[in-house]
Design a protein around this ligand. Structure first.
Ligand code: SF4
Length: 468
């Protein structure tokens, strides 16, 4: 029998039909947010219903305010946002969809809540109305973002037309160094293969570094697969995955249901000898805490390094890209990354707002006081409650950080949380594109510990020195 990859195994199990190179795939889970009102409007125009509402989950995250929530939906200051939140409640009620809405005790980001609720499971095919749906691949699922018209199709049929990507295996072996986080691994991967290095591919992350990693760390890594241009990213399910899922509300219950699920889940990993279209390898020991200096996640370096000189770029395209990036970011070639002063800090987003991220930030915050405005935005109410039970909110607020309510917030800046033009932010989010955190805003991507270090120093700093 031919050795198969995990990606092929899951893909083939979901094929419904094929037409002229396009494949119709069955969708196990669809994830939507407030911005999916267009899909509901399209269904209404066509007189269609949601085909399988119990396989669709909705989240109030992109537009929701991250402060002043005690005033309820009526207290949302911006009419347009308030109306979107109300419309989401009405649409999901009308179609019988489970909404993790404004007042829900499990409200949070659509890539944070499904894993913590056990909605995300190995072997599934998951579509989300946000490109960072790749996060869910951390459980050994095929998960990718789709646009509004594709989501309308999924809601109406529970299936999606896609082209099959090639496979790319990224192997990282070895122990991570002290102070080095999963965020640093994925930034190092993207710096190596480039922001377009994964285009047309499904990535499988393999190797001892990922096998030792927690589910939170695996989610951070898979989340940013899209920043390398990949269609999705995935990690084989193992005992860490199964232990994480056991007992979660939507996970299979112990007994016959659990045993059947385990039989499937354990059959998923790529066979020994399975062939991938491409292979990339990294040595974990060589990875250091990272800081991005440019306007895409490929433009990144180790914290001990400096801003590169466009004159030294490997080709003409990058020479020009780097020069334009330095111009936008207001940086000089050759300056030490640690000399870059910041105006504010954002610890949050579906990349880094889980409990381990908040713990890592608090561990650094214990060692100083924030000298710039620093926000911590937990990814869900569940994370928020757990952090508060552990006293992390008090550590952070005592150190001058601001503890807010869950949502996407400054990751995408569409809820009103945004940078001022020219403001420079150390951010744990996933995109440092121009204007991403507000018009003219300058974003540097870092891990939660590195963001907290920047907050207490006012400039980028090597978190290993602070934690020593
Ligand atoms: S935190 Fe950012 S990337 Fe994640 S779902 Fe929200 S807007 Fe999308």
């Amino acid at each position: 029998m031919t050795a198969r990859t995990m990606f092929d195994r899951i893909w083939e199990a979901h094929v419904v039909a094929e037409e002229e190179g396009e494949i119709l795939l069955y969708v196990d889970r669809a994830l939507i947010h407030e911005g999916s009102s267009h899909a509901f409007a399209a269904l209404k125009r066509r007189g269609q219903k949601v085909a399988r509402p119990h396989q669709v989950f909705a989240f109030t995250d992109h537009y929701v305010p991250t402060s002043g929530r005690d005033r309820g939906i009526a207290g949302i200051a911006v009419d347009e946002i308030r109306n979107m939140v109300i419309a989401q409640h009405e649409n999901t009620k009308l179609h019988g969809i489970r909404l993790f809405g404004f007042d829900d005790p499990a409200q949070g980001i659509l890539h944070i809540v499904p894993p913590e609720q056990g909605i995300t499971q190995p072997g599934m095919l998951i579509c989300g109305a946000d490109s960072h749906t790749s996060t869910h691949g951390a459980f050994g699922s095929i998960a990718f973002g789709i646009g509004a018209s594709d989501m309308t199709h999924v809601l109406a049929t529970q299936a999606t037309w896609q082209r099959k990507p090639k496979t790319l295996r990224i192997t990282v072996d070895g122990e991570l160094g002290f102070g080095v986080a999963p965020k640093d691994i994925i930034l190092a991967v993207i710096a190596k293969i480039g922001a377009a290095g994964g285009v047309g591919h499904a990535i499988e992350y393999a190797g001892s570094t990922f096998r030792r990693m927690s589910m939170e760390g695996r989610m951070t890594v898979c989340n940013m697969s899209i920043e390398a241009g990949a269609r999705c990213g995935m990690i084989a399910p193992d005992d860490t995955t199964f232990a994480y899922l056991d007992g979660r509300p939507w996970a299979p219950k112990r007994g016959v249901e659990w045993d059947a699920a385990m039989a499937l889940w354990q059959s998923l990993p790529s066979d020994a000898g399975a062939e991938f279209d491409r292979e990339v390898m990294l040595d974990a020991a060589q990875i250091e805490p990272m800081v991005t200096w440019g306007v895409n996640p490929e433009m990144a370096g180790a914290v001990g390094g400096s801003v590169p000189d466009p004159k030294n770029a490997p080709d003409e395209r990058r020479r020009s890209d780097w020069a334009m990036a330095l111009d936008y970011m207001g940086l000089k070639a050759g300056m030490a990354l640690q000399d870059i002063r910041i105006d504010r800090v954002f610890i949050g987003s579906c990349t880094n707002s889980r409990i381990e991220d908040i713990r890592a930030a608090a561990e650094v915050a214990k060692r100083g006081k924030a000298v710039v405005p620093a926000w911590v935005v937990p990814g869900s109410q569940t994370v928020k409650r757990q952090a508060e039970a552990e006293g992390l909110d008090r550590i952070l607020t005592t150190a001058g950080f601001e503890w807010r309510d869950p949502g996407c917030s400054l990751c995408t800046a569409i809820n009103g949380d945004q940078l001022k033009p020219g403001e420079r932010c150390a951010s744990t989010s996933n995109r440092n594109f121009r204007n991403r955190q507000g018009p003219g805003g300058r974003t540097h991507l870092v891990s939660p510990a590195m963001a907290a270090a920047a907050a207490i120093k006012g400039h980028f700093a090597d978190v290993r020195e602070i934690l020593k």
